[in-house]
Design a protein around this ligand. Structure first.
Ligand code: HEM
Ligand code: HEM
Length: 188
């Protein structure tokens, strides 16, 4: 199977990037819910609150790298043609929504990174290595970035929900096999 997208379906590289980002996003929301509710001295699955923060930050930065890889791949590899089952209005909306999804994939990790660096909390990457802090403590920036991070995390849920509902509506209600364009090991 060719690695690149064809005119009718997404190739394995696009699919791999798409679904790895999705799985890691789930982890980000799960870990965020745990770390912001767990008491400092409490443990969950033998992990302390600090461990969840660390994994949230580390995987979040990994997502930034994946977002960059994904954008470069999208810009250098032609996209398949639009699915014939999408109406002109759905095509316009899907494109608009995908641009917002890309903004979220970049701005969520960037705002999180700027928040923890400006707040002086730092990042111990995968519990192994303290990343240098190139900006130093800046209270105002930390507060703004924290607010941005939270607002973006809610906005992303709305864009993802809309994206998923178009996919499921076609695949399940209209039974036109739309998701097979992106699901692993499927052909339309
Ligand atoms: C973190 C969650 C998600 C993000 C950020 C996301 C983002 C994207 C983006 C940007 C595209 C355009 C292709 C590309 O540039 O890679 C795309 C395509 C697609 N996504 Fe997602 N997606 C997410 C979750 C999902 C889920 C859960 C489903 C399934 C229910 C899904 C189904 C699809 C399908 C079928 C396409 C192809 C659409 C078409 O052919 O026009 N996505 N997604
Ligand atoms: C795509 C990547 C990311 C997603 C989806 C994400 C998502 C979230 C969510 C949903 C929350 C909870 C917001 C709330 O309080 O309601 C949160 C909080 C937080 N995130 Fe992220 N995040 C990402 C990347 C990062 C990165 C890269 C860092 C730091 C390097 C980071 C640091 C934090 C911190 C410190 C909090 C806690 C804020 C507080 O104390 O309320 N995040 N994130």
């Amino acid at each position: 199977m060719p690695l690149k997208n064809s005119a009718t379906y997404y190739g394995p590289v696009t699919r791999f990037l798409h679904w790895s980002v999705f799985i890691l996003f789930i982890w980000q929301y799960l870990s965020a819910a745990i770390m912001t509710h767990l008491a400092r001295d409490q443990t969950l699955l033998a992990l302390m609150q600090g461990d969840f923060y660390n994994w949230h930050k580390s995987i979040g930065l990994m997502l930034l790298v994946l977002a960059l890889a994904r954008l470069i791949w999208r810009k250098t590899t032609p996209l398949p043609d639009w699915a014939p089952v999408l109406s002109p209005a759905e095509r316009v909306f899907s494109h608009w929504n995908e641009v917002r999804l890309y903004w979220c994939m970049f701005l969520l990790p960037l705002s999180g990174y700027l928040f923890v660096m400006a707040g002086g909390f730092g990042v111990k990457l995968f519990g192994l290595y303290d990343l240098p802090n190139p900006i130093g403590k800046q209270g105002g920036l930390a507060a703004t970035m924290m607010a941005a991070h939270i607002v973006l995390s809610y906005a992303a849920v709305v864009f993802i929900a809309w994206h998923v509902s178009i996919g499921l509506q076609h695949h399940w209600l209209e039974k036109d096999g739309f998701l097979n364009r992106m699901l692993p090991f499927r052909r339309p």
